[in-house]
Ligand binder design. Structure first.
Ligand SMILES: Nc1ncnc2c1ncn2[C@@H]1O[C@H](COP(=O)(O)OP(=O)(O)OP(=O)(O)O)[C@@H](O)[C@H]1O
Ligand SMILES: [Mg+2]
Length: 324
């Protein structure tokens, strides 16, 4: 193993150096050196990363964009995993009947498994349907089963139908301030939404204090965003005045195309400081990870996708929650 004290040969950064760096992926080393670095990081990376300070209360993020396939689930699970690797206690709520976040986090979500459906439709306490992510300490998951597909319709006739998830999350004994929920409290709750603006997404918008919108760096990226922001405005006016669009994340960025940088620029012009400085590159390793029931943070921690998600998580943690 490369010693942490001696400078690494051939420009290889040790895991400790990478962990201590600002996370920007600016690697001019050779492919062989990169491979060596990846293998060191894969084994020791997460233990060597310095922790971030914890927020003083649980930050509830809703990850939404009614556009399909823009990177909602990928961003939810990888930022959640990265936050956990930075010493935070994190809960992912899978609110999409497709159950993609549950798959990527390696938790069971066949029919019959205690799930988001039970919490949202039947009012089962969230703590009773929460399970631990097998690979990542500090990360818990509420899985989604296909039953959730029926919830959109079942909820229509239910009392305070848009408030169900809010109640479930706020009723969790580990959600709240340090005084209310103690040291075991969750620092972050991330809700992964389905690609629609139905009752499930509405529940998430009512439950969250912060909204993260992943935007894919491609031509039609901004189309439909108007409708999303209108819905957010309606929720802010009538259902959840505390909701803030705090975080925009540009995903699947392909640095080789001028189109991608054009889209990123347009997003920045429109949203300013809400846009994270880190963009997520398009990377095969990111898309492969779920088929191994993993996030890229454990599947290939030294890959550009993982390093960028780690940096995005750092930005979110260091920016802190908007004033309440
Ligand atoms: N940075 C990336 N590099 C390469 N592929 C990616 C990246 N991010 C996401 N993908 C792939 O793009 C597809 C869509 O991503 P993802 O499932 O996260 O989007 P989504 O918004 O959650 O989709 P849906 O609307 O269906 O819920 C997936 O196959 C995923 O593996
Ligand atoms: Mg998804």
């Amino acid at each position: 193993m490369v010693s942490r004290e001696t400078p690494a040969p051939f420009g290889v950064r040790t895991a400790a150096e990478v962990a201590a760096s600002d996370g920007t992926y600016n690697d001019a080393s050779t492919p062989l050196a990169r491979a060596a670095e990846h293998s060191v990081l894969a084994r020791f990376g997460s233990q060597l990363r310095p922790s971030m300070p914890r927020p003083d209360h649980t930050r509830v993020f809703v990850v939404a964009n009614q556009k399909g396939g823009v990177g909602k689930t990928t961003s939810t699970v990888n930022i959640a995993a990265a936050l956990a690797q930075l010493g935070q206690r994190v809960l992912v709520v899978d609110l999409d009947p497709q159950g993609n976040a549950s798959t990527a986090l390696g938790v069971e979500h066949r029919r019959g498994v205690p799930s988001t459906y039970d919490a949202v439709v039947d009012g089962t306490p969230l703590a009773d349907v929460t399970t631990e992510c097998p690979d990542i300490p500090g990360l818990w998951v509420v899985p989604a089963t296909i039953d959730l597909a029926g919830a959109e319709i079942e909820l229509v006739s239910v009392v305070s139908r848009e408030n169900r998830l809010h109640r479930a999350i706020q009723g969790h004994p580990l959600v709240g301030t340090a005084a209310e929920a103690g040291e075991e409290r969750y620092d972050y709750v991330l809700v992964d939404c389905p690609p629609s603006l139905g009752l499930l997404t509405l529940n998430a918008l009512v439950a969250g204090a912060e909204m993260m919108i992943p935007i894919q760096a491609e031509y039609y990226a901004l189309e439909g965003l108007g409708q999303l922001l209108e819905t957010v405005g309606m929720v802010q006016a009538h259902l959840n005045p505390a909701l803030v669009v705090s975080t925009i994340l540009v995903t699947m960025y392909d640095a080789r195309t001028r189109l991608a940088s054009g889209v990123a620029e347009e997003v920045r012009e429109h949203f300013g400081d809400q846009v994270l400085k880190t963009t997520i590159p398009r990377s095969v390793r990111v898309s492969e990870a779920p088929s191994y029931g993993q996030t890229v943070m454990t599947y290939d921690p030294g890959s550009p996708g993982a390093l960028c998600y780690l940096e995005a998580a750092r930005e979110i943690a260091s920016k802190g929650a908007p004033a309440r």
